[in-house]
Design a binder for this molecule. Structure first.
Ligand code: GRG
Length: 312
């Protein structure tokens, strides 16, 4: 099947649309402002908790999930303001997951986004509460106003969001991950764990971004759903490869951690070369999933390229 668009292709056919190289920082800056505006001020008590929440969210991060939500929203003419709320809520959840993941009772890490982790900068109790509070804040953001005009669709999107975060999504994947340390895993078991741990939120970003647009339909649902699963998996394969190949300063987090902790990864199960081959295959499949959606899927295709070809 032919790709929807060529990898990394720049716009030009549609002068009303920015190049990806301009679009990406524009969305990242928009999201940064929205996150800042939505987070409680440090002037508000309890100041230390609010400072920790802001530390966890602001001033770092690629904002991949917001980029996916905005790109998916372009497919269905989703209102920017609604996609922005989805992006903010998802990024709050993502930040909370990183803060909790770094705690001594989980991954026990000291470096995140090139800075001390939240519990190192503050303390463990504050980091735990900052994660908890970010989760509640995310809920407040998505229920501020309907995500879709149709009440059933709105409920469906909220439900999708809730499930992506819980034991049948991210938290469940994390539980499987923690239990897997020092254990062997088959490739399907590893893929299942990652489809929950990182895939569920990536999937929610794409499906919610598109789902709040008026022209969302069943045909799109099947194609997007497949694309979301592939990109979620590819994101993790890249992460595993970078854990082996990149340095801590390039990654902004401790490199080589998976091997150190004896964790099953795509690299440990397949070997580095086969993991890279699997990534190339996923890249092709991601483009194929978008084939037939035409120009409006360009951004999604470009982000898939960005995620898969990233070096940090
Ligand atoms: C604590 C409930 C709970 C869940 C934690 C997502 C997760 C589950 C843990 C993160 C551990 C980790 C490093 C997973 C690898 C994939 C991943 C989520 C990487 C970080 O995401 P990026 O690269 O981070 O989007 P930035 O910093 O760019 O936002």
């Amino acid at each position: 099947m032919a790709p929807a668009v060529e990898a990394g292709a720049q716009s030009g056919a549609h002068p009303d649309r920015m190049d990806f190289a301009q679009w990406m920082p524009a969305i990242q800056q928009r999201v940064e402002r929205a996150l800042d505006a939505r987070l409680p001020s440090v002037d508000l008590a309890p100041a230390k908790l609010h400072e920790a929440m802001r530390y966890a969210v602001l001033g770092g991060g690629k904002r991949v999930r917001p980029l996916l939500a905005f790109a998916a929203g372009e497919l269905t003419g989703a209102p920017d303001a609604t996609v922005e709320r989805i992006a903010v809520a998802i990024e709050f959840i993502h930040a909370y997951s990183l803060v909790h993941d770094d705690l001594p009772c989980m991954d026990d890490d000291v470096l995140r986004r090139g800075r001390p982790t939240c519990h190192v900068r503050f303390d463990e109790a504050t980091a735990m509460l900052a994660g908890d509070a970010l989760q509640s804040e995310a809920l407040a953001v998505v229920v501020d106003a309907p995500l879709a005009a149709d009440p059933a669709r709105n409920t469906g999107l909220l439900r999708m969001f809730a499930l992506a975060c819980g034991s049948r999504g991210m938290a469940g994947g994390q539980a499987i991950d923690l239990a897997a340390v020092g254990q062997s895993m088959t490739l399907p078991e590893l893929e299942r764990m990652h489809s929950l741990k990182t895939g569920a939120l990536i999937r929610a970003s794409i499906m919610m971004g598109a789902g709040c647009g008026d022209t969302y339909d069943e045909n799109l649902d099947a194609r997007l759903s497949r694309f979301a699963d592939i990109v979620g998996l590819a994101f993790q394969v890249v992460d595993d490869i970078l854990d082996v190949e990149a340095s801590s300063s390039e990654l902004g987090k401790t490199a080589g951690k998976d091997a150190m902790q004896n964790k099953p990864t795509f690299v440990s199960i397949l070997g580095l070369d086969a993991a890279k081959a699997r990534l190339r295959q996923l890249h092709r499949e991601a483009r194929e999933a978008l084939a037939g959606l035409g120009e409006r899927a360009r951004r999604l295709s470009e982000i898939a390229d960005f995620i898969i070809l990233r070096k940090h």
